[in-house]
Design a protein around this ligand. Structure first.
Ligand SMILES: [Zn+2]
Length: 63
């Protein structure tokens, strides 16, 4: 069984499974581009720019 990675369309978290573990939303895309790791969202400029306020792995672009 090969689960496909997908990116939440709501918060851009990259995850496997049925729904986003971060926000609980189900709309997701398997065709996302790029990924970043946020380790300390409160101090990360990248997180601030992308309006991400939790730690984890996120797609840079998803559609
Ligand atoms: Zn989400």
């Amino acid at each position: 069984m090969a689960a496909k990675e997908k990116s939440c369309l709501n918060c851009r978290t990259i995850y496997f499974g049925d729904k986003c573990p971060n926000c609980g939303e189900t709309p997701a895309s398997e065709s996302f581009k790029g990924r970043i790791h946020i380790f300390d969202s409160e101090k990360s400029e990248m997180a601030e720019n992308m309006k991400i306020n939790s730690d984890g792995e996120f797609a840079i672009k998803s559609k």
